[in-house]
Design a protein around this ligand. Structure first.
Ligand code: ZN
Length: 436
């Protein structure tokens, strides 16, 4: 029988160990009381998650209701900046028939929005409406990496995930104060979080896990350090490695060779485990330890590394079977509208990255139809065919070129057939792998 892992209360509720807002992999257990579930959520988790909103949207995570995540951005359309607009994707802006956005152009106040909506305003005639070119519009978001990954709220959220995950995997079903009082005090904000959570800046770890922890995933493992403490390492979204001090075992780990059992929770809901090892060559080098430093300092010192990883995250579509299925289903809906209006812009969802990548992937699959091995998984096939890992990164230039190619197919009236072939083939792949 479980009791609360923070206070031994029996008034239990289900805890989202890694919040649904941060992963597609459901990881829950009924071992936290109502009071402490609300405490962690209200005091820091909510804020940490809200700070990450733009990147959660980029990863294709959704709200609990299944709706797209909206974030605040500045839009620059045809040279005019519209500040602080709530958007979820490009279609949410261009197909918005309700909102008119106030902006300024050359010192003059202007309104931007759907033309029919504009005409409903008093005194507006066709003459004072100017059609804007949406082709080169920019959605711009500002953020501070320090706030995202080193804020007090984020570090406490990380300590909460680590402790709950640790209890979950070790089947600890109640609060053991003699061992875990310190980490529980940290999570309950009675101790400074910086004493418990640091960021790993150890190139060896990065190297060992670079092919395992991918963008959007959470990877966790525990280990005993040379200092005699037990730690959990948490790789957040393939971007930051956090090191969380769980308890003092007073038993330094002096082994030279160490093996670790890594648990991986994928953005698309997949869970897996793998082993990896480290070997320290000389006695003078510290044995089992991963070099870490205070989070703020690590973010400042390695600012460039984290910026480029975040850029990568925004530019990259994580190619998993279920994510691709969602994208294909959404494309299917747009095709009906395309058949009716022959509107290229809407078919490519106003050049939305995810949409363009989906079409590109479908066309690629059709092209390599004969090489696709149905006895292998989707991701194994992609690795084999693309000669890449399970993500697809496209540069701005590549995307522009590719859109030109699609437009030429559209003008020749052959785009629809090719996409339909792609969807049909993808449906076959999906049914085969899911055993439908
Ligand atoms: Zn409790």
């Amino acid at each position: 029988m479980c009791r609360c892992i923070y206070c031994n209360s029996e008034d239990l509720s289900v805890s989202d160990i890694i919040s649904y807002a941060l992963t597609g992999a459901k990881l829950t257990k009924k071992f936290v009381c109502h009071k402490h579930n609300a405490f962690t959520n209200e005091n820091f988790e909510k804020t940490a998650i809200a700070n990450l909103v733009f990147f959660r949207n980029s990863l294709g995570l959704t709200e609990r209701t299944g709706n797209d995540i909206k974030y605040k951005a500045n839009l620059i359309i045809d040279g005019i900046t519209i500040p602080n607009v709530f958007v979820s994707n490009r279609a949410s802006i261009y197909e918005d028939k309700k909102r008119l956005f106030p902006a300024e152009q050359d010192g003059k106040k202007v309104l931007i929005g759907n033309t029919d909506k504009l005409k409903q305003k008093q005194g507006v005639t066709d003459d004072n409406i100017k059609i804007l070119d949406i082709k080169d519009s920019i959605v711009s978001v500002t953020f501070s990496i320090e706030k995202l990954f080193a804020s007090d709220e984020m570090l406490r959220t990380i300590s909460k995930i680590a402790y709950e995950w640790y209890c979950y995997t070790n089947e600890i079903n109640n609060f053991l104060p003699e061992t875990y009082q310190d980490i529980v005090d940290c999570i309950l904000m009675k101790r400074p979080v910086t004493e418990f959570v640091e960021i790993v800046v150890d190139g060896n770890l990065d190297y060992a896990l670079k092919d395992i922890c991918y963008l959007g995933s959470h990877g966790l493992f525990e280990y005993i350090d040379v200092d005699g403490y037990k730690y959990v390492i948490l790789n957040f979204w393939g971007i930051v490695y956090y090191k969380i001090r769980i308890c003092n075992l007073n038993n330094p780990n002096l082994d030279l060779a160490n093996y670790y059992n890594l648990y991986l929770y994928g953005i698309d809901g997949e869970k897996s485990q793998s082993c990896f090892g480290t070997l320290r060559v000389t006695e003078t080098v510290e044995k089992s330890s991963f070099v870490s430093m205070p989070a703020t300092q690590a973010i400042q010192q390695f600012h460039k590394v984290y910026t480029s990883k975040l850029e990568q995250l925004v530019k990259t579509t994580v190619l998993t079977l279920s994510k691709t299925k969602d994208c294909v289903d959404s494309l299917r809906k747009s095709i009906n509208a395309y058949q009716q209006y022959h509107d290229f812009a809407r078919l490519v969802e106003y050049e939305d990255n995810e949409r363009v990548s989906t079409i590109r992937l479908l066309l690629f699959l059709v092209e390599h139809k004969n090489d696709y091995a149905m006895d292998k998984t989707f991701n194994e096939n992609l690795k084999g065919l693309y000669k890449i890992e399970d993500t697809l990164t496209v540069t701005v230039e590549e995307k522009i070129e590719y859109l030109k190619y699609l437009l030429s197919l559209h003008e020749r009236d052959s785009l629809l057939n090719i996409i339909a072939d792609g969807i049909e083939f993808f449906d076959k792949i999906y049914a085969n792998e899911k055993g439908i």
